[in-house]
Write a protein that binds this ligand. Structure first.
Ligand SMILES: [Zn+2]
Length: 390
């Protein structure tokens, strides 16, 4: 494929603050590795969407209460203060621990039925919220985490159609020049938030999997809060979005559908993402996981995407959030799926035809092909949505 096969008409929401998060690696199986969730991921995507002529829209700051619609105040407070506490505690200066990493976790085995208390020691507190050792916090992390959430909320606001107001359709930009400006208020057919860090592994009260706040869930909740009775989150990242599933599991109003590499074949997040997880209580039936074996390529992956799209239609979703992880790419180091850029383009077309879509960047770690895959998905999506590329 060619990255300039069409002008990108989907507006891109961005904040430079997303580059400030430098996890400086991840502790995997006891060893600190360089990690793959690096600032360059966002830089290469930004360059590519700019080159494709997309309008760049600044992420707008939202109140902290918007974060509390999905996450516990305790988690938000922890993320916003833990680095300062870590620094004040001398962990970096006196002990050479230059990033926040948990070492003890209040699992069921430890608590044995007792409620978790907030530990007095900072290094004891981290495991209360962070469930793995791969999701490090550094000095610039909170600024980036909040900026990514703001980008997602801004992208959601761009496709919102307020109930009380009749908004004319076709507000998608018609000029090809890269521009910077405030987002128009709602009514767009598609928007894309270039979020970093990603979000779909972050749950209501905890974080992990290189995710801190759940950008897609925040977008979906904002769409519900601003007029959509039914919303769907489609997750085509190579890994199960356990955090998004957890947020909406008991709810019938937000459908969650995910295609991902089978956790039962040994892949992260290991404990969730199985086909029999269908929702709980009133939410029963509004959750669908399609786990695929390692090595799966375009045909079976797209069949799963089609199945999820059919369920989104049946759900009656008025707005869609797409968790766009492109780590199902054949060259990606983080998953064994073998999807091509054309596969992502085809998925974008299917999803763009469903209704207004706010696209949220999730994973994707092969710096050589990442941007090509994102562009393929977005240009496919605008074609499916009937947005003309000129
Ligand atoms: Zn992933």
């Amino acid at each position: 494929m060619s990255t300039n096969s069409g002008q990108l008409r989907v507006p891109v929401v961005w904040s430079e603050d997303c580059l400030l998060h430098e996890p400086a690696g991840e502790v995997w199986l006891g060893i600190r590795d360089p990690g793959t969730e690096v600032p360059e991921r966002a830089s290469v995507i930004l360059s590519a969407v700019r080159a494709a002529g997309a309008a760049i829209v600044p992420a707008q700051r939202h109140e902290i209460e918007a974060l509390h619609r999905v996450h516990s105040p305790g988690l938000v407070e922890h993320l916003s203060t833990i680095w300062a506490d870590w620094e004040a505690g001398g962990y970096a200066r006196d002990y050479g621990r230059d990033r926040v990493v948990p070492y003890v976790f209040p699992t069921a085995a430890l608590l044995a039925g007792l409620p978790p208390r907030l530990p007095a020691a900072t290094h004891g507190q981290v495991g209360l919220y962070c469930y793995d050792t791969m999701t490090l916090v550094g000095p610039g992390s909170w600024a980036a985490i909040r900026a990514a959430a703001d980008a997602a909320l801004t992208a959601a606001s761009m496709i919102t159609v307020p109930r009380a107001t009749v908004v004319p359709t076709t507000v998608v930009p018609t000029t090809g020049a890269p521009t910077t400006g405030a987002p128009t208020t709602g009514g767009q057919r598609a928007s894309y938030a270039l979020c970093r860090p990603p979000g779909h592994h972050a749950g209501p009260d905890g974080y992990g999997g290189s995710c801190y706040l759940n950008n897609a869930a925040l977008a979906a909740q904002a769409l519900r809060d601003h007029g959509a009775d039914r919303v769907a989150v489609l997750d085509i990242d190579a890994h199960h979005g356990n955090g998004t599933q957890a947020v909406f599991y008991p709810r019938p109003d937000v459908y969650y559908g995910s295609v991902h590499v089978d956790p039962g074949a040994g892949w992260f997040p290991h404990y969730t993402g199985f086909a029999d997880e269908r929702g709980d209580g009133p939410g029963l039936g509004a959750n669908r996981n399609v786990p695929l074996p390692p090595g799966t390529g375009d045909d079976d992956w797209l069949a799963a995407v089609e199945q999820l799209c059919a369920e989104v239609r049946a759900h009656g979703a008025e707005a869609i959030v797409l968790s766009l992880g492109v780590d199902a790419a054949a060259a990606d180091p983080e998953s064994p799926l073998q999807v091509t850029a054309d596969g992502y383009r085809a998925a974008g077309e299917l999803i763009g035809a469903l209704g207004p879509v706010a696209v949220i960047q999730e994973g994707g770690y092969d710096l050589g092909s990442l941007a090509e895959y994102v562009l393929a998905a977005l240009t496919g999506l605008q074609a499916g949505a009937g947005i003309r590329a000129e």
